[in-house]
Design a binder for this molecule. Structure first.
Ligand SMILES: Nc1ncnc2c1ncn2[C@@H]1O[C@H](COP(=O)(O)OP(=O)(O)OP(=O)(O)O)[C@@H](O)[C@H]1O
Ligand SMILES: [Mg+2]
Length: 292
């Protein structure tokens, strides 16, 4: 499904949370990247028809977002924060929600066990939701969001607080599900997004900084990423002069990866940029723009 977002705007009082953003999302996994307050949740709530924009338009294969009934029939949404019925078991919750969504009994009997197996919760199906770990709760959240077999799935910061293994499991699950469907997932962890999404949008303070492939995002930092080893006592000066991407101590030296417009002094090695580097370069340009 093609989601077309055009000049989308959202204002809360004096705060502009989305400042006229335009991009489109196709089938497969799509990542929404941005710092805290970038507008990711605001955008996702509008896509899920839970919030009305202050201006602009969103269409789903040409269907305008005003047709909420139709759109809700093919959208699944997992919010950033959600609550579960603590005293109900995993299976009871799934059955209850299926009943609320008017999913026929025969479909439920086939779909609920399959979904719980997919999210690896079948063996824990009699466990009360209040007793589940953070990762298990997230997986139950996704099983719920998939109950109605949505064409479009919107998942807001699904891996916050999860360990790396659980994060990987979660993204693999989303990836398996995506196929011919559309999955929009937000995060501020680029490595997670980069591993599963070919296309991304970068938001910052309500503005769209980038929309395109992760490869094109990486290219934003082409020729600007350098690695150099310097004595620890010189690191403060380097950190002042360059934008540091990462630094790692080794004996009396520190190995630093920097973003720089010109080749830094001290025998640097030029590096192939990653999507993370491209993202950091966009933020660096933004800050430079603010300073100038
Ligand atoms: N209901 C609201 N009333 C007023 N301001 C809001 C409301 N919801 C969001 N905002 C503001 O809009 C901006 C965007 O918020 P949003 O929650 O969409 O960001 P986010 O990218 O999801 O951030 P995070 O990574 O922290 O989840 C923020 O400045 C936030 O304070
Ligand atoms: Mg958010």
């Amino acid at each position: 499904m093609e989601i077309q977002i055009t000049s989308l705007k959202k204002v809360y009082g004096k705060k502009t949370a989305l400042d006229g953003i335009t991009f489109s999302v196709g089938n497969g996994m799509f990542g929404l990247i941005g710092r805290n307050g970038a507008g990711k949740t605001t955008l996702m709530r509008i896509l899920a028809t839970l919030s009305r924009p202050s201006g602009g338009q969103v269409t789903f294969d040409g269907i305008p977002m005003e047709d909420t009934k139709k759109i809700r029939s093919f959208i699944g949404y997992l919010p950033q924060e959600f609550s579960l019925y603590q005293d109900m078991s995993v299976l009871e919750i799934m059955r209850y929600l299926a009943a609320l969504s008017d999913i026929p009994g025969k479909t439920c009997r086939e779909r609920i066990p399959r979904l719980l197996q997919q999210v690896n919760l079948w063996d824990d199906r009699t466990k009360k939701a209040g007793k589940l770990s953070g990762g298990m709760k997230r997986r139950l959240g996704i099983a719920q969001a998939l109950l109605d077999d949505p064409q479009v799935l919107i998942v807001d910061e699904p891996t916050a607080g999860l360990d790396p293994e659980e994060r990987l499991r979660f993204y693999t699950l989303l990836d398996e599900f995506s196929g011919s469907r559309t999955v929009v997932v937000s995060s501020h962890i680029m490595s997670d997004i980069e591993a599963v999404c070919e296309n991304v949008a970068v938001l910052d303070a309500g503005r769209l900084l980038f929309a395109g492939t992760v490869g094109t995002l990486a290219k934003k930092a082409e020729g600007k990423v350098f690695e150099l080893a310097i004595p620890k006592k010189e690191q403060d000066a380097v950190k002042r002069d360059y934008h540091i991407l990462s630094s790692q101590s080794c004996a009396s030296d520190v190995r630093i990866r920097v973003l720089a417009d010109r080749i830094p002094a001290g025998c640097p090695v030029s590096c192939a940029p990653t999507a993370w580097d491209g993202y950091m370069e966009l933020l660096r340009q933004l800050e430079k723009g603010v300073e100038n």
